[in-house]
Ligand binder design. Structure first.
Ligand SMILES: *Cc1c(COP(=O)(O)O)cnc(C)c1O
Length: 448
């Protein structure tokens, strides 16, 4: 399988190069040159076998099934992505059974292994630099820890993650893991990462690499659980708590490949640029406001570019033009698709949904999952056909919101029970590219 850039000015690459490259050299995102169909009927058997069959046409790597089996061996549920029927016609698919309790483990546990295998094969290495508002950082650290081919530097905004999120990052004591609290916002962290990548000398010297969801490997590894939902529940709608558009985009690829998904629902918190686009076609950026579902506090959803490229008939020039106008004007008319429905849910309603889900359905939902459950209610889904709401985080990851809504403080799973007794390791730095660049250089050198 070859991959092409959405901006049309970078060379086509194979899977391994796309995995290590991250962003295309022309600033675009890599997408598959053509979309294969799902095997019909979908293979019987366990989730790992299904995932291997779905992903094989995209990723020509040695022993994909073995890599998947290892990636998901540590998950604490035998089904990996179990489906639970909360009420007749309303299901949740739990995507939080991995090491860091959010759905990002499903992709990053695999991506870390695939990168490591390819780098060993090439005798090469990478320094992964990640900006996080909370969940990506810990999932990326867990993907890198103990791998000689990878160093990882995670920038999080000082004081703006939950305590659980911060401790999941900063209590990992490993020579190749470096945490930095930036005196600033998540946007500052993201700008710093871009500045590091923009420094050609540093980029080459440290062999910088990316693990955020612009990396095609992450989108790809999310396609199989949509296929699994269809296999288990039959033709259905799927509701996706959304921020950077990576998760719901994987669902769209699954549908295009033949998974029996009728509609994909973009569930947003008050940062609802995607919901407004889906409902009106206008793509208008606004200020990011902090909410109870912080992993969705984002306005410029990088993966949206992959869908716009498809909706523009895979015309790279039109895609370039649209994105340039959006970046300069902050507002454009963009093509949309009837594959999507959308709803946005504010914090008060999110809390009310956590309460109602516990009272009516005896299920404790995290705030991100609750945004999706409420979107399904608002759109009156689950009557004509089943609706599957993706549960993207474990409630114990956001104990304050859950306790506020229910009076119950959810306990961390056994393996994280001593999280608050562990020592934290991180440095605090100003949001200054020169200071952060020098720090990254020194930290990576000291780790070896
Ligand atoms: C990252 C995240 C999301 C948003 O997913 P996108 O792929 O960025 O749309 C939703 N919920 C949780 C818990 C997350 O960690």
């Amino acid at each position: 399988m070859q991959y092409v850039s959405t901006r049309g000015l970078a060379p086509a690459l194979g899977f391994a190069d796309v995995l290590l490259e991250g962003l295309a050299r022309d600033g675009g995102l890599y997408v598959p040159a053509e979309l294969p169909s799902l095997p019909t009927p979908p293979p019987a058997g366990d989730y790992v076998g299904l995932a291997a069959a779905v992903m094989a046409p995209f990723a020509d790597v040695p022993d994909l099934a073995g890599q998947l089996a290892e990636a998901y061996a540590g998950f604490d549920h035998p089904d990996v992505v179990p489906l639970v029927e909360l009420a007749p016609g309303t299901w949740v698919q739990e995507l939080f059974h991995g090491p860091t309790l959010a759905f990002k483990d499903l992709a990053l546990q695999l991506v870390g292994r695939l990168m490591d295998a390819e780098l060993q094969h090439r005798g090469d290495r990478r320094t992964i630099v990640v900006a996080t508002s909370g969940d990506t950082g810990s999932a990326a650290i867990e993907a890198c820890v103990g791998r000689d081919t990878l160093d990882i530097v995670v920038l999080h905004p000082a004081g703006r993650t939950s305590d659980v999120q911060r401790r999941q990052m900063t209590t990992v004591a490993a020579p190749n893991v470096h945490n930095v609290a930036i005196e600033g916002t998540f946007d500052d962290c993201q700008d710093l990462v871009k500045a590091l990548f923009g420094d050609g000398e540093l980029r080459d010297e440290l062999r910088l690499g990316a693990m955020n969801s612009i990396n095609w490997g992450r989108v790809l590894a999310q396609i199989p659980y949509y296929v699994e939902a269809g296999r288990r529940v039959g033709p259905c709608d799927v509701v996706v708590p959304s921020g950077n558009f990576g998760n719901v985009l994987a669902g769209w690829y699954a549908k295009r490949m033949g998974a029996p998904i009728e509609r994909l629902v973009i569930a947003s918190n008050r940062n609802d640029i995607l919901a407004r686009w889906a409902n009106t076609g206008a793509l208008v950026a606004e200020e990011v406001v902090p909410t109870l579902s912080p992993s969705m506090d984002i306005q410029v959803s990088s993966n949206h570019e992959r869908l716009l490229f498809e909706l523009l008939g895979r015309d790279a020039e039109s895609t370039r033009d649209l994105l340039t106008r959006f970046r300069t004007l902050g507002s454009v008319e963009a093509p949309r698709s009837t594959d999507f429905l959308a709803a946005s849910v504010d914090d008060a309603t999110t809390l009310a949904e956590i309460t109602a889900t516990l009272e009516e359905r005896s299920y404790l939902a995290d705030p991100h999952t609750a945004v999706g459950l409420r979107a399904a209610r608002v759109l009156d889904l689950g009557r004509d056909r089943p609706v599957v709401c993706l549960a993207t985080a474990h409630p114990a990851k956001f104990p304050d919101a859950v306790e506020q809504a229910t009076g119950i403080r959810p306990a961390l799973p056994e393996r994280l029970a001593d999280l608050f007794d562990r020592d934290e390791h991180y440095d605090v730095l100003p949001a200054d590219p020169a200071v952060v660049g020098a720090h990254v250089r020194a930290a990576v050198a000291a780790g070896h």
